[in-house]
Design a protein around this ligand. Structure first.
Ligand code: SAM
Length: 334
């Protein structure tokens, strides 16, 4: 089987697919209610059939081993559970690992089916443990729905169950210890993510809290012990001494992990993103390719491999990223 390798010899075996750019929350750092980012026309979004063909190409011919579905909010997409059932067949055929990143608001009643379809690697985003603050951050009062989903996912033994927290100064940085205490006697892993700049999200240095600062705050109260990771994990994981829960740090800005990047992304309209922060040049457009009878699956494989050669060694600095007006998390999916 061919392996996807870039010009810096990084093997890419992890694909993240954004199923939609629509979301039912308006998180201030991702999808602010007054965002000027244009929504993708419904007809330009990759259809489920197109996505299944792409998964077949990536997993069957290009050595992709792991796929994560994200968005927007993937669970707002119509008939998404039928799609996941079809993905399960490809998962079994190729021995894929599959996962889902969700805001948890529409999750509770889908957990049993997700388990059945093997979408076991669940990341749930939750930026506050205080209902009013949750509403301030997301613009919606769905706090209880998310907590119910988390409880049910624990009951159903989803492992690993990861809670994603974007830390913002003066917004939720006073809840760092609360989150550690939320997971410490569970099998959950709380992952503190540095607030990343996108053209539409009003990022500034003043609101930024580095993973170093977050870790220092935790270590004033708890001893952390690093868990050694395979080289290409983006998160640094730690055990909390004498507890079962784990803490992780994702330091995309203060200490990027580009040298071990193994990720490719497909955004909601079918553009291949070599990097979360790629500037748009050299992007393959799968919507066009899949609908052009001149391109066989083999041709598409060749184009993917060639395109990967354009991947940059590292992503630009934070202030540069802010200038990329076109980039937004909703369409790319984080
Ligand atoms: N709707 C789903 C969710 O809420 O998890 C999936 C999509 S969301 C874009 C994926 C992840 O990206 C979430 O954990 C979210 O917190 C994170 N994210 C979005 N904007 C971010 C930003 N500006 N900085 C850091 N993380 C961000």
């Amino acid at each position: 089987m061919q392996k996807l390798r870039d010009s810096f010899n990084r093997i890419h075996d992890y694909l993240r697919i954004s199923l939609t750019d629509r979301c039912n929350l308006n998180c201030i750092y991702c999808n602010p209610a007054d965002s000027m980012v244009k929504k993708i026309n419904r007809h330009d979004i990759l259809s489920f059939d197109e996505l299944l063909r792409l998964i077949d190409i990536f997993a069957g011919r290009l050595g992709i081993k792991k796929i994560r579905f994200t968005g927007g909010e993937p669970l707002v997409r119509k008939n998404v559970m039928e799609f996941f059932r079809a993905v399960h067949e490809l998962k079994m055929k190729y021995g894929l690992e599959t996962g889902l990143t969700t805001n948890g608001t529409l999750l509770e009643d889908k957990l049993l089916d997700l388990k059945k379809y093997g979408l076991g690697k669940l990341n749930i985003s939750l930026d506050s443990l205080k209902p009013e603050r949750f509403e301030y951050i997301t613009g919606k009062n769905n706090f209880n729905a998310v907590i119910n989903s988390i409880c049910k996912a624990m009951e159903l033994d989803f492992t690993p169950l990861k809670i994603n927290v974007v830390v913002m100064k003066y917004v939720n940085d006073d809840e760092i210890i609360d989150f550690v205490e939320f997971v410490k006697d569970t099998n959950m892993n709380v992952r503190f993510i540095e607030f990343m700049p996108f053209g539409n999200n009003r990022w500034n240095r003043g609101g930024f809290v580095s993973c170093g600062e977050i870790k220092n705050t935790i270590e004033e109260k708890y001893r952390l012990k690093e868990i050694t990771n395979p080289a290409n994990f983006v998160a640094k994981d730690f055990l909390i001494e004498n507890h079962s829960g784990k803490v992780s740090f994702i330091s995309s800005i203060s200490n990027h992990f580009c040298e071990s990047c193994n990720r490719l992304r497909i955004d909601a309209q079918g553009k291949m993103k070599l990097c979360l922060f790629s500037t748009g040049e050299d992007e393959l457009n799968f919507k066009d390719l899949l609908n052009n009878p001149a391109y066989s699956d083999n041709d598409i494989c060749g184009l993917i491999s060639n395109s990967l050669y354009n991947k940059k060694r590292i992503h630009p600095a934070a202030e540069e990223l802010l200038k990329l007006e076109e980039n937004n998390m909703l369409s790319i999916g984080g």
